[in-house]
Design a protein around this ligand. Structure first.
Ligand code: TRP
Ligand code: TRP
Length: 507
């Protein structure tokens, strides 16, 4: 069997994994959710979900990824196959874990292209002139109109979409070491420096009025713990921000060398991600909004969604600062770098599927994967509602379902003893077995409750629709799943032939 590509260095591996997890979720989605659900009231379920579900699942994905990589598999299709003797049903089920990241990527990359576009527009002084007005709605209005014009999409938006697609293609073509790893080595430190810089500016803004925003987030209180919706959202955020529940971490973990201490790597990934979320992410958008507007409007602004805060409110705030164009540029560059290191990670599962299962060469695997991303990105740009449909089905629903499946298969079916043996290899960090028994029961219960409340609360409203654009989006998702299932079954023959061949050789 041929030697699997691996990361160049320990630092590179951790930065790449951190780049995978750190994304728009940390800097945009997190503050919106925190503001929407009462700041400190949101943070209690958030930290509970982090410890009970996020950290354990992060470690599980690293352990499983290393194990699978040793056997030549990186995509969930191959990984689930590996656990069930490459039975077709297992490979088809695993395809969901390749579909989710790709489907997310199809709209994520379009949003990523806005950040690049807005960074350039800031740099060249093409953002609207700020209106100084303490009424948030008036102050933000020019930026709302600007955003609407831009995302129509304008020619400019299309140009930056193409550019973003080409940048991703170029880096992925360079491969794991010279592409993804180098990008993370440059991108992650830049993200941290830009983030800390903006955090200081926002907290100190308007005579430290921004500090009120930070206090709002950290005013920890238990008023949210009886509200299931807060739990649902907090747990959902943990999944999203740590890139869990879709095999995206496992793919990166499959490229470690077999002796790597994956517990350490997993803990580092989560630590860096949480630093960029609860320290940097908490210090920018909400404090900036507090500094500029009355605190009453903050939840209202958050209500209008993730895009509102990042692409309309924030430029309105930053452009009114001295050297506003520069601060706005840094803000969008921060978002772009965070998004870029994540979009690479969203595409790699499909590349791994083609390389490991179909045994295609690197260039062919990358090209075919990019063609899918390009088609999906065009749908996102030109079909209304496409982004929201994909975000709901792939970015929320399938993600939780697959996370549940991962725990059941990797701990229950693989067996606690096997799992624990694999876990404790090559590590100095000893996690007690009892901890994983708790995880094996608590995490599925947790995820199950989340799904349950979703289904009860708004599943009906979401599922029934006559909106043609939504139906197009769902058909698209379905077709993509069918395509991946066909690949999963077809490639099974290649894998089985390889296994027989290896057996003969061993004799
Ligand atoms: N964690 C990313 C963020 O915070 C988003 C994300 C979710 C992701 N799932 C992923 C990124 C899988 C890469 C791979 O924005
Ligand atoms: N099959 C032989 C054994 O197990 C070893 C062997 C011969 C082998 N040729 C090989 C193993 C080529 C791997 C590759 O003793």
């Amino acid at each position: 069997m041929q030697q699997r590509v691996s990361w160049n260095s320990k630092l590179g591996l951790i930065l790449a994994a951190a780049g995978n997890a750190v994304g728009l979720g940390n800097i945009l989605r997190f503050p919106s959710k925190a503001a929407l659900y009462g700041g400190g009231a949101f943070m209690v379920p958030y930290f509970v979900a982090l410890v009970l579900m996020g950290l354990p699942l992060m470690i599980i994905e690293w352990v499983i990824g290393r194990y699978a990589g040793r056997h030549g598999h990186g995509s969930m299709t191959g990984i689930l196959g590996l656990f069930f003797n490459h039975a077709s049903w297992a490979r088809v089920l695993g395809s969901i874990g390749v579909a989710i990241p790709l489907l997310i990527c199809m709209y994520y990359i379009y949003i990523e292209s806005w950040t690049l576009g807005f960074a350039f527009l800031s740099l060249f002084g093409k953002m609207p002139t700020p209106v100084i007005n303490s009424d948030a709605h008036e102050a933000v209005k020019p930026y709302v109109n600007f955003f609407k014009e831009y995302t129509k999409p304008s020619i400019m938006a299309y140009f930056f979409l193409v550019l973003t697609l080409l940048i991703n293609w170029f880096i992925l073509q360079k491969g794991i070491r010279r592409g993804i790893e180098i990008t993370a080595k440059i991108g992650m430190p830049a993200i941290i420096v830009f983030g800390v810089f903006l955090g200081i500016i926002c907290i100190s803004a308007n005579n430290w009025k921004g500090f009120e925003g930070l206090k709002f987030i950290y005013n920890l209180n238990f008023s949210g713990i009886t509200n299931p919706v807060v739990w649902v959202e907090a747990a959902g955020q943990i999944f999203f921000t740590l890139s869990l529940g879709m095999g995206a971490i496992a793919v990166y973990a499959s490229y470690v060398n077999p002796k790597e201490d994956v517990i350490k790597a997993g803990i580092w990934t989560a630590l860096i991600n949480e630093f960029v979320e609860v320290v940097i992410g908490a210090s920018i958008a909400i404090p900036a909004a507090f500094a500029m507007f009355s605190s009453v409007v903050i939840p209202e602004l958050a209500q209008e969604g993730t895009f509102r805060l990042g692409f309309m409110t924030m430029p309105a705030v930053f452009m009114s600062f001295p050297l506003g164009w520069l601060i706005s540029f840094i803000w969008f560059m921060l978002l772009f770098l965070a998004a870029l290191t994540s979009s690479l990670a969203l595409i790699q599962p499909l590349i791994a599927l083609f390389e490991d299962e179909m045994k295609w060469g690197h260039t062919k695997s990358v090209s075919v994967s990019m063609i899918f991303v390009i088609i999906g990105a065009h749908f996102s740009a030109f079909i209304p509602n496409f982004i929201d449909e994909l975000d709901f089905w792939a970015g929320c629903f399938m993600l939780l379902l697959f996370g549940l499946l991962e725990i059941i298969i990797f701990i229950w079916i693989f067996g606690m003893n096997n799992f624990y043996k694999e876990l404790t290899q090559n590590t100095k960090i000893i996690l007690p077995k009892a901890f994983f028994y708790v995880v094996a029961v608590v995490s599925p219960f947790f995820i199950f409750s989340i799904l349950y409340f979703w289904v009860v609360k708004d599943f009906k409203n979401i599922v029934f629709t006559e909106e043609p654009t939504k139906i197009v989006a769902r058909l698209f998702i379905l077709l993509f799943l069918v395509f991946l299932s066909i690949i999963a079954v077809k490639s099974r023959k290649i894998i089985m032939r390889d296994i027989r061949y290896t057996k003969v050789m061993k004799k």
